[in-house]
Design a protein around this ligand. Structure first.
Ligand code: C2E
Ligand code: MG
Ligand code: MG
Ligand code: MG
Length: 284
């Protein structure tokens, strides 16, 4: 499907196209009211310390439980939200919800929120984030904002000012899906990232092998020199956990540990962890 910064695709007419378009139109029409109707909710997926097995962060991932269409994934409606500009309202709502959940957690656990390019460029974008923090009473240091390379690709004054402004008050930034876009080292030099998230295509799937292993090692080495955490995304098996830990990644995320869960289950995972001497998750 079309993305704001996606690659151009040549396609010939086929009957599914008009169906896809019709579905997009429906999503577009319904998205505005979905928040008021309580159809959206935020799920949380743990990001785990690969040395200790403890949860360090929960990433907020939005879900839309549509009364007829069932569960919609963000990949389907976030691009529509971007095209229609609803992303600004939606993004502020997501950040507010994430911050409200995070104040309930132990102080050393952070929350990560994904940001869309258009959200950052909108006037008052940084203010929206600050309001969410203040209303929830969450310390800025406990919020991480995940941005992708495509966001930085057309970096301009607004993007720079946004990142600068929020970094100044203590909000942390993470570079998401690293390795899938242009992966310019210039971005790492220019922006104060605390974390790099290596895309899951380097961790599992058909491309994984000697080359991806070498790339992960190089990124992990860079991370340790620059005092950044390196997160391996998409860990599904214990073998993958061992491989990325051995390669030097400090944090891991994926179905091996947990899928994204509702806020009450996130809180329960943390409560269990606090009660246990050793986390239950086996790290091999
Ligand atoms: P992302 O930020 O890279 O988030 C990770 C995605 O990978 C999530 O999909 C997560 O459920 C999935 N994932 C995690 N572990 C595994 C695994 O072990 N195996 C596999 N196969 N998948 C795994 P999700 O929730 O469908 O989100 C997809 C993308 O949509 C996200 O990628 C992010 O770019 C975007 N997104 C999600 N929530 C938001 C949001 O609140 N705001 C914005 N702007 N974008 C969002
Ligand atoms: Mg993310
Ligand atoms: Mg990612
Ligand atoms: Mg992704």
């Amino acid at each position: 499907h079309a993305k704001v910064n996606g690659r151009k695709q040549t396609c010939f007419y086929n009957p599914t196209m008009s169906r896809d378009l019709a579905r997009r139109r429906e999503i577009e029409a319904e998205l505005r009211s979905a928040i008021q109707k309580n159809e959206l909710s935020i799920f949380f997926q743990p990001i785990v310390d690969l040395a200790t097995g403890r949860i360090r962060t929960f990433e907020a991932l939005v879900r839309w439980f549509h009364p007829e269409k069932g569960e919609l994934r963000p990949d389907e409606f976030i691009p529509v939200a971007e095209e229609t500009g609803v992303i600004v309202t939606l993004g502020n709502w997501i950040t507010a919800q994430a911050a409200k959940a995070a104040v309930q957690w132990p102080e050393d656990v952070t929350v990560a929120v994904n940001l869309s390019p258009l959200q950052i460029k909108a006037p008052g974008a940084a203010l929206g984030i600050k309001n969410a923090l203040r209303e929830a009473g969450l310390a800025p240091e406990r919020l991480e904002l995940e941005v992708t390379e495509s966001l930085l690709l057309d970096d301009n004054y607004a993007t720079e000012a946004f990142i600068e402004d929020l970094s100044q008050i203590g909000v942390r930034f993470a570079l998401d899906d690293f390795g899938t876009g242009y992966s310019s080292l210039g971005y790492i030099q220019k922006y104060p990232f605390k974390k790099i998230k290596v895309d899951r295509s380097f961790v599992s799937g058909p491309n994984v092998g000697k080359k991806t292993d070498a790339i992960i090692r190089a990124v992990a080495e860079l991370g340790s020199k620059l005092e950044m955490d390196i997160v391996a995304e998409g860990l599904e098996t214990i073998e993958q956990v061992r491989t990325v830990r051995e390669a030097g990644c400090t944090l891991g995320q994926g179905y091996y540990f947990s899928r994204a869960v509702p806020d009450y289950l996130a809180a329960m995972l943390l409560a269990q962890e606090a009660g246990a001497e050793e986390p239950k998750r086996a790290l091999g």
